[in-house]
Structure formats: structure tokens, C-alpha cells
Ligand binder design. Structure first.
Ligand code: SAH
Length: 384
């Protein structure tokens, strides 16, 4: 995600104590421990009953986790002491351990590198604005889509995250936000974008369930508005159609990055499977089913995809569609041959799109000279 910090402005926050993760046999690859946020309310009641507890304890536990943003059993004073330990021990295992935290923009942007139970690393970013607080979360450790300009794409896919590993990134940030961690910002986290590591629609069921947990009203879930959740995809066409059928009101962002198949085959290799025309058909289907305007993401890469003729072609493709363009200044990844487009080229590109009747915005990157491009925080940790 294009949120990066000026190196000079970056401060490294003190390391949190990193808990010892028990060693597991390398041949057996058990998944992450089961967590409350993996379960829907009915399954939570079953799980609580299996622990020998009364079923209504499930709602109490959910109220602590989703409603009060409390996970420490000592603070769950409405539960008998023995039940607290048993319930929290079984249903609120620690899934994410902060390995590194960084802040910039006067503390209004925070990145966390999380270590998962098996040592896999993912990052999330919290962004505070005067009127809203947004969490940018990861859906996979690594990514299998291999887009050459994206740092996460270079390392390949490690594994899918579980539903709870996705949800817990947001719940941690919601807790920090409620404790006033972002100066000058609201104390309630209100938006989530699936623009961290991974391809959310390649981890479809878990991402869909995570969206349900995030949007179910408290105490069953976090109670966010579906309209304030954005799923960003490289354009997995069948999965976009499936998402359109879910009757969710989430916002869809499609990483197009090129209007022509020749170039898109290179920049977004999954285009070799689903071409621009099919992706745009899926965009129409999504917009048609949900009534929601789709966001077309376009990273501006100098002399690669920023030509005036490509702006005109994109304008022709999108005019009349329920879509708008979000131009993202490229964040060059280390060792990459590519650079961001000059500002005047970006302005001309936007001007041509608007002349074609396409609403166009330029993404605010929160600190231009980067410290980390997409996935770079995790990559830096691996290299140490
Ligand atoms: N897999 C999803 C989410 C990935 S990140 C997707 O591709 O949409 C969210 C956005 O950041 C995508 O549009 C992605 O193409 C873009 N991105 C990745 N690396 C970037 C970089 N180095 N500079 C600018 N944008 C980048």
C-alpha cells in the first residue's frame, strides 16, 4: 500500500516483548490456533459449551473482544475467575506478536510488523486523518501474484492468513485508536482496506468471513460499515463475480495498472489468464449488483505505463462505466529498474482521463520519499 514515511521523520518505537513461540515439527504444518474471530456466533456458543461453560459466556467473551477491545482475562470481571482463564485461554490465543513498530507523520501513520505463530511475517498500517482512521491489512503472508513492481510479489506466497489473523490486525489497531494513539484523529477506527500483503480474493473464504466479523454489529463483530471496507484485487475474475453475489456492500478496487493486454501481461501477470476486457466485464457486474462505483488503481510508472495514449485508451475503456481512477505514485522497490512518473506527466494523465469523463484522484501517499514499499517492512526483517 502506498503509505510510506520520510526516512528522516521515521521513529522506531520501542520493541514490544516478543513472546517465545513454541517450536513445532517442520514436517507437520499445523494452522494457526483456533480463535473466537474464526467462528460465527453459533459456533462460538458450541465452542464455549464444549469447554463446559454456559452458552451465554460466548456473547460475554465477544463483547470483551469486539466491543470493549479487551483481550486480557484479568479485565473480564463479569466472568468468574476460573472461566476467564479457561475461555480466554481456549478462544483468545495470541495470534499476532508485534516484532517491530514504526511511526511517521507525527504519529498519525503507524506500521506494525507482526510475527505469526509459525514465524511468518505480515505487516499492517494504521492511518489517522482528522475525520477518519483507516487500517490497511494483509490477507496473506507473501503473495503469489508476482507483480514485478511490488515488493511483496517478489518473495512469493508463504501462506494464507486465517480469518482471525486478518480480523485481529484490525482489532489491535481499533484498541490502539480507542486508547488515543493517534493524535488529532477520531478515537474510533472506521475503515479497513485490504491493501497490505497478499491477494485477498486468492484467500476468498477467509477474507469474506473476516469482512463479516468486521461488519457484524457488536458484540458479534466490530460493527464497521460495509461501505467503509475496500477489497483490492489484481483482477481474479471468477472471484469478483462471486463477491458480487455475496450481497455485501463492500467497495471493490481493481489494480489495473495498464489499459492494454501487452503491458498488463507484464505488470500484473495474472492478466495472462484474465484479460483487461474480462476484468472490466467483472467490474461492470460488481457495479451492477452492488450499485457501487468501482475504483481502478493505476500505479504511475515512469515511461512504462504513463503515456498520453494510454491515458486516452483508459479513458475510452472507462467512460460510461461505474468506475473511477485512483492514480498511485509508484513506490520504487529496492533494486527495481522502475521509478515514479514525474508530477507533470501524472497531471497530464489525470487531465486526459477527466477529459474523457472519468473521475480521477491521485492517492495521498503520506510521506513521499519512502522507507518501505509494499511488503518492504517484512522483507527488511527477513534480511536481518
Ligand atoms: N493484491 C491486491 C492488494 C495489493 S496492494 C492488489 O493487487 O490489488 C494494494 C495496491 O498497491 C495495489 O493496487 C498494488 O498494485 C499497489 N502497489 C503494489 N506495489 C506498489 C508500489 N511499489 N508502488 C505503488 N503501488 C503499489
Amino acid at each position: 500500500y502506498a503509505v510510506f514515511c520520510l526516512k528522516k521523520k521515521m521513529t522506531t518505537l520501542p520493541l514490544l516483548p516478543v513472546q517465545d513461540v513454541p517450536m513445532r515439527s517442520p514436517t507437520r504444518r499445523p494452522g494457526p490456533p483456533r480463535h473466537l474471530a474464526d467462528l460465527d456466533p453459533a459456533a462460538r456458543r458450541v465452542a464455549v459449551a464444549e469447554l463446559g461453560e454456559r452458552e451465554f459466556r460466548a456473547a460475554q467473551l465477544s463483547t470483551h473482544y469486539f466491543g470493549r477491545l479487551v483481550r486480557d482475562p484479568a479485565e473480564m470481571t463479569d466472568l468468574p475467575a476460573a472461566s476467564r482463564e479457561r475461555l480466554a485461554g481456549a478462544l483468545l490465543p495470541q495470534l499476532l506478536t508485534a516484532a517491530r513498530e514504526q511511526a511517521c507523520d507525527g504519529g498519525a501513520t503507524r506500521k506494525t510488523l507482526w510475527r505469526l505463530h509459525d514465524g511468518a511475517l505480515v505487516e499492517s498500517v494504521l492511518m489517522g486523518y482528522p475525520d477518519r482512521v483507516t487500517a490497511c491489512v494483509s490477507s496473506q503472508a507473501g503473495c503469489g501474484m508476482a507483480c514485478p513492481f511490488c515488493a511483496t510479489g517478489q518473495a512469493g506466497l508463504t501462506r494464507n492468513l486465517s480469518t482471525a489473523e486478518i480480523v485481529d490486525q484490525v482489532v489491535w489497531f481499533a484498541g490502539e485508536t480507542a486508547r488515543g494513539a493517534l493524535p488529532g484523529c477520531p478515537d474510533r477506527l472506521s475503515r479497513v482496506v485490504f491493501m497490505g500483503m497478499g491477494e485477498p480474493l486468492a484467500n476468498y473464504n477467509r477474507v469474506r468471513d473476516a469482512i463479516r466479523r468486521l461488519t457484524d454489529p457488536a458484540p458479534d463483530g466490530l460493527g464497521l460499515s460495509q461501505r467503509h471496507i475496500t477489497v483490492s484485487t489484481v483482477g481474479l475474475v471468477p472471484a469478483i463475480h462471486r463477491l458480487a453475489d455475496e450481497k455485501l456492500q463492500v467497495r471493490l478496487a481493481v489494480s489495473l495498472h495498464a489499459p492494454d493486454d501487452d503491458l498488463r501481461d507484464e505488470l500484473v501477470p495474472v492478466n495472462q489468464r484474465w484479460k483487461v476486457a474480462e476484468v472490466l466485464d467483472a467490474v461492470d457486474a460488481y457495479a451492477g449488483r452492488t450499485g457501487r462505483r468501482v475504483s481502478i488503481e493505476y500505479a504511475m510508472i515512469r515511461d512504462v505505463n504513463d503515456h498520453p495514449w494510454r491515458a486516452d485508451l483508459l479513458g475510452r475503456l472507462l467512460s460510461g462505466r461505474l468506475a473511477h481512477v485512483n492514480l498511485i505514485p509508484l513506490n520504487p522497490t529496492p533494486g527495481s529498474r522502475w521509478d515514479a512518473s514525474p508530477k507533470e506527466v501524472e497531471r497530464e494523465f489525470a487531465r486526459r482521463l477527466r477529459a474523457a469523463g472519468v473521475t480521477t484522484t491521485v492517492r495521498d501517499t503520506r510521506g513521499r520519499e519512502i522507507d518501505g514499499a509494499c511488503g518492504q517492512l517484512a522483507a527488511a526483517e527477513v534480511a536481518e
